[in-house]
Design a protein around this ligand. Structure first.
Ligand code: SF4
Length: 439
């Protein structure tokens, strides 16, 4: 089974039963080798180990009480899906609510929303959906037209944090839980450490109490659970998860640290736990005693944003989310996709040397038939670094580029990449119609 996560990372897992019994119950056939304990166990015992760890984390940090209303932010990925599944199993009486933000990312967000709908229906958990394009009139994709085009994940994070806070208040939640796991925490810690941002390290705690009145407590029940453990849990329990990857996935500094950790893990499989322990038990307590990092004045620094009312530390009293939204409000044209009709009308009104059409399907299918004049483009180009893509396509720099594939998804992905490289590219959103046109 192949799973994708936020960004371009892919995971593949295959479960093949062993021909001997589970090491723990000695009853059922062993199905999986536990990634850290290195014992071969059956699916029931694997689930038991996994869920006990979450239970222990919840009680160790006193994350929520029996009468509290807990919101779980669901992205459609394996982390948050596993979290809500385990919470429902462990605490069937707790008032749980799933929350999903549809970010309006074409060929991605609607699939994620459907996955979340399926999961919450299966678990009989109420679901709250916040549709960004419908509620606020913009999409995360629109930021390719701004100078944040190479930092879309950072903008997306700012917007999501604002919405987490707004939605939690609207739903009157006591606690919000997110699917941040051990690998996320340790890689972010390392990345912040290398950047010298020690203040942010101190905030990577498993529980973030409200900093000001009205803010909701945030918890990370998967704080001690590794990504590999989560992956097996998702596969064993056949959880519905997003099967395509976000077209904006970037190689962020923390993703680079994640790769480094994976390499270190080959030598020492406890490395992530050891690093977390050093940070939690030694480094963060030490930081908290340093006058520069003591956060006692933090509350006084918070003011309400004069546009949205959310808390900000910005001196001009406009929070970073509002500043970013202002940029797209002023955009006159945010077109990234055209219909076949729009495309045909454009090419019939413009000289041939002003535009080019790229076919991103397989070479075999291109040879069988393609839109008149289309040039075949190897879709593997998307795997190249941006500099290389630019070099390959720079002869089209002054032309309007139209792209199509089978479904619109791959050509859209490439359209975004080309836009980030300042090409004037458009995706054709109904390629089937285009391909049905005969010469
Ligand atoms: Fe995740 Fe970045 Fe896509 Fe937002 S834009 S969903 S942070 S990969």
């Amino acid at each position: 089974m192949r799973y994708y996560k936020c960004g371009e990372e892919k995971f593949e897992v295959r479960l093949t039963p062993f021909s001997f019994p589970c090491k723990l119950c000695k009853d059922k056939e062993a199905l999986v080798e536990h990634p850290y304990q290195k014992i071969k166990v059956c699916e029931n015992c694997y689930n038991l180990i996994f869920e006990n760890k979450i239970k222990k984390t919840l009680s160790q940090y006193k994350m929520f009480g029996p009468d509290e209303k807990v919101g779980v932010f669901l992205s459609g990925g394996k982390d948050s899906s596993s979290l809500i599944y385990a919470l429902k199993k462990l605490f069937p009486q707790t008032q749980l609510i799933g929350i999903h933000i549809n970010l309006g990312i074409r060929y991605y967000s609607d699939t994620a929303e459907n996955v979340v709908r399926k999961l919450t229906k299966q678990l009989k958990i109420p679901l709250y959906i916040y549709n960004l394009p419908e509620k606020e009139g913009y999409r995360i994709d629109d930021f390719v037209f701004t100078y944040f085009k190479d930092k879309i994940c950072a903008v997306c994070g700012t917007i999501k944090r604002y919405l987490f806070s707004k939605i939690s208040k609207e739903l009157n939640l006591d606690v919000v839980a997110t699917g941040h796991h051990l690998d996320d925490t340790v890689s972010t810690m390392l990345s912040l450490f290398f950047q010298g941002d020690f203040q942010s390290i101190a905030r990577l705690a498993p529980v973030l109490p409200p900093l000001y009145p009205g803010q909701v407590k945030k918890i990370k029940p998967l704080y001690h659970t590794s990504e590999k453990e989560l992956l097996y849990y998702t596969v064993i329990n056949k959880l519905p998860v997003e099967s395509c990857s976000c077209p904006h996935g970037e190689i962020t500094p923390s993703k680079k640290q994640k790769k480094l950790l994976e390499e270190l893990e080959k030598e020492n499989r406890q490395i992530k736990y050891q690093l977390l322990s050093v940070f939690l038990k030694k480094f963060i307590p030490l930081l908290k005693t340093h006058p520069k990092y003591i956060s006692k004045n933090e509350i006084e620094n918070f003011k309400a944003c004069k546009k949205c009312g959310e808390i900000t530390t910005s001196e001009d009293l406009v929070c970073s989310r509002c500043k970013r939204i202002e940029l797209i409000k002023n955009l006159k044209d945010k077109t990234l996709e055209v219909t076949t009709e729009q495309f045909l009308s454009y090419i019939s009104s413009k000289p041939k040397d002003e535009w080019v059409i790229l076919d991103v399907r397989s070479l075999e299918d291109y040879k069988k038939g393609h839109f008149s004049g289309a040039i075949w483009l190897d879709s593997k180009i998307t795997e190249n670094q941006e500099r290389k893509i630019y070099k390959n396509l720079k002869s089209f720099k002054n032309k309007t580029i139209f792209l199509y594939c089978y479904t619109g998804a791959l050509s859209y992905y490439l359209t975004l990449k080309l836009r980030k490289l300042n090409f004037k590219a458009f995706n054709i959103k109904d390629p089937e119609m285009l391909l049905s046109i005969k010469d």
